[in-house]
Design a binder for this molecule. Sequence first.
Ligand code: NAD
Length: 307
Amino acid sequence: MSAVVAFVGLGHMGGPMAANLAAAGHRVIGCDLVPEALSAAEAAGVEVARDASAAAAEADVVITMLPAGRHVLALYQDEGLLAAARPGTLFVDCSTIDVADARAAHEAAVAAGHRALDAPVSGGVTGAEAGTLTFMAGGGEAEYGQAAPLLAVMGKKAVHCGGPGAGQAAKICNNMILGVSMIAVSEAFVLGESLGLSHQALYDVASTASGQCWALTANCPVPGPVPASPANREYRPGFAAPLMAKDLGLAANALRAGGIDSGLGLRAAELYAAYAEGAGAGEDFSGIVHALRDAAAAARHQKEGTR
Ligand code: NAD
């Protein structure tokens, strides 16, 4: 059944997601602060509203795809989006935000007489364009059931992870595994180099042994063994390092809030924050291998200098 969808945030991800909904026959009313994003969406069949509240006023479902939790909460409350929607509207936030912010957004939506679901995604811009995203959803069964046909248009897989905030929780836990495992794989290549082990030999063993993981076999951080990995195209993303730094920052917030002493998760957040602010600003997250190799070389020189 076709729905009227307000889509707020038509950026790299939201633009193609809204376009896919429009192409599937839903009436999509979009809004963004950037005129270029609006004209691209309009060309893809999205109606343009003057602001988010105007878009929401006619909608059955309001989807947000915004940079951070503060944008979602400000829009919901201070900018009047919840007040502008008809009672019982379903608010689906697909942005990647703090678990605590996601829970606050749920509470605000419900207090205003609406329904809510957090539904962050993985799959990147390529997945948004191709309609092959994976959604991780948090909220009630009924809310998930109502959103599911729309998620099926924008993605290839959706998992209902639990109650409010569970989608964001799944997203940051998964990306913490990914960030830590990319660092582990990169450090193993740097150690192998210092021991005279070729990249290919390490790959041939680890890719079929217990070191096997996605960071190694799909996104290998050194050029050669996996021809499709970003390492073979000067580390052009792929999954950009600043986005990994953002997600690990959210994981670190949740670790601290929960009093969880996760040495590796917190260290990965620190390493990615430093890398993303410097050389990694425009690189795939696997480029962290350079920062780790440089750090290892600097430590070695310092040790040799003090002998
Ligand atoms: P983006 O910066 O390209 O898009 C965000 C859009 O929101 C911008 O166009 C901005 O103008 C708009 N916006 C901000 N405040 C607004 C407001 N009050 N009203 C209307 N529009 C507003 O970011 P993106 O890459 O599309 O990412 C969006 C979200 O998806 C982020 O939370 C990000 O972490 C997550 N995400 C991104 C990727 C990726 O590969 N880009 C992958 C997975 C998840």
